[in-house]
Design a protein around this ligand. Structure first.
Ligand SMILES: Nc1ncnc2c1ncn2[C@@H]1O[C@H](COP(=O)(O)OP(=O)(O)OP(=O)(O)O)[C@@H](O)[C@H]1O
Ligand SMILES: [Mg+2]
Length: 224
């Protein structure tokens, strides 16, 4: 029987849903998030469909990274619930690479099913051909960022979370990274949430912009 609510007349009333269940790859209902006595988030509700890219914006310190960490499952200490797919990839502002492993191993250790040739192809894709054996510390910051992007996409993620991935890169490199990200998103069609302070990045990548406001920060529901 279809789930629903019996109303007073005995007829079935379908449950209210902002996003059809099959489309919502990510469904976020954060009632409250505190750090000690300080409530940082209250009432952050949104959904992201498979293949959709959403930008999360707001002033520094408002709670954007906190939302991303909760959505990614890195911070379970909050009131509410989050539904997310299994294959999750994250790209942080600082590339969080394994320092004592080569560029190639940074991909293959994180994705045990990835073949050596698959990993090499992905490195070539982000412009790191010839640097497969290099340790992260011998790569430039831009190369480390590209390695982090390659690692994220090598797992064919169903959900991609990026926290200011292009910040403090020179404009040329930021543009190259943005183009590459666009390509990879178009190919894999994950549900994507990314934080940015750059309006042009939001306009270019995202089909929707979500803005955190207030203290504690809230996000009004946005329908897809
Ligand atoms: N582990 C923590 N312990 C205590 N307070 C924290 C912790 N992490 C974040 N906060 C606080 O929560 C608030 C939101 O932080 P968050 O890092 O989510 O902000 P943000 O919007 O990502 O800022 P920015 O744009 O500067 O990166 C800030 O006031 C911050 O000081
Ligand atoms: Mg942040």
């Amino acid at each position: 029987m279809t789930p629903g609510i019996q109303n007073g007349t005995g007829r079935q009333v379908p449950p209210v849903q902002a996003v059809p269940a099959d489309r919502a790859a990510i469904r976020v209902n954060i009632l409250s998030k505190r750090f000690g006595a300080t409530e940082v988030l209250r009432g952050v509700h949104f959904s992201v469909a498979r293949g959709e890219t959403v930008a999360l914006v707001g002033p520094s310190g408002i709670g954007k990274s906190t939302v991303l960490r909760i959505v990614a499952g890195l911070d379970p200490a909050f009131d509410g619930e989050v539904q997310r797919p299994e294959a999750v990839a994250m790209v942080f502002q600082e590339p969080t690479l394994l320092p004592w492993r080569s560029a190639l191993q940074n991909l293959t250790l994180v994705h045990p099913d990835l073949s050596d040739s698959g990993a090499r192809a992905m490195l070539a894709r982000v412009g790191l051909k010839g640097r497969e054996e290099a340790f992260p510390r011998s790569l430039s910051l831009g190369q480390q960022r590209r390695l982090a992007l390659a690692r994220a996409f090598a797992g064919a993620p169903e959900m991609l979370i990026m926290d200011e991935p292009f910040v403090s890169l020179d404009p040329e490199l930021a543009e190259a990274m943005l183009g590459l990200t666009e390509e990879l998103i178009a190919e894999h069609r994950p549900a994507t949430i990314f934080v940015t302070h750059a309006r042009d990045e939001a306009d270019r990548l995202a089909s929707r912009v979500l803005e955190l406001r207030g203290t504690p920060a809230t996000l009004t529901p946005h329908l897809i």
